[in-house]
Design a protein around this ligand. Sequence first.
Ligand SMILES: CC(C)(COP(=O)(O)OP(=O)(O)OC[C@H]1O[C@@H](n2cnc3c(N)ncnc32)[C@H](O)[C@@H]1OP(=O)(O)O)[C@@H](O)C(=O)NCCC(=O)NCCS
Length: 179
Amino acid sequence: MSTKIVPLAESHFDALRLVLDLVARERRYLAFLRAPPAEQAFEFYRNIVANDLCHFVALTDGEVVGWCDVLPTHGESRIHMGTLGIGLIASARHQGTGSSLMEATIAKAWAKGLSRIELTVRADNLNARALYERMGFRMEGLHQRAFLVDGEFYDSYSMALLRRDDARVSRPADPQEKP
Ligand SMILES: CC(C)(COP(=O)(O)OP(=O)(O)OC[C@H]1O[C@@H](n2cnc3c(N)ncnc32)[C@H](O)[C@@H]1OP(=O)(O)O)[C@@H](O)C(=O)NCCC(=O)NCCS
């Protein structure tokens, strides 16, 4: 069995949506409880490929078994950051693939100039929290009752990873400030 980490390509779209659907339907990990309709998902994926965004898939013996992405959010003051998402089908977990996916995706995010990666994780998702901590993410805060699934509330945490070698501090010029 061999696993490769490769950038998302059009040939992965169908299988990736199925992987997302499987993980979402577990109802324990993601904000989604099922995958979006195919056309909506494919439009989202096409935008990722067209803009060379940070998105990798794991292929085991050529089959898509998971993904990791770091995607931009809105707002000019947030262009330095991205939000991380990750998921693997159940049979692909606990083999180091999550770590490999994260390493590839984070490396690309830093290479593209990002300096902050943030994520949200359900408080009861101990496997994901342990992986994020191993990758250097730090806890930033608790969101109470952030998920509601089958009538149960779940808290979540926000976590972030900063690119520590980034010494740039930039701010808009202040017209009142004397040179
Ligand atoms: C969270 C998730 C992506 C982690 O991926 P993963 O591939 O299981 O993570 P890793 O294999 O890299 O690390 C997990 C375990 O494998 C072990 N491991 C790491 N490298 C390994 C290797 N080469 N061989 C065997 N085991 C290995 C780790 O020590 C760790 O062990 P532990 O779980 O007993 O503590 C995966 O569990 C998943 O998809 N979960 C469901 C979706 C989800 O939670 N998404 C995140 C929402 S915030």
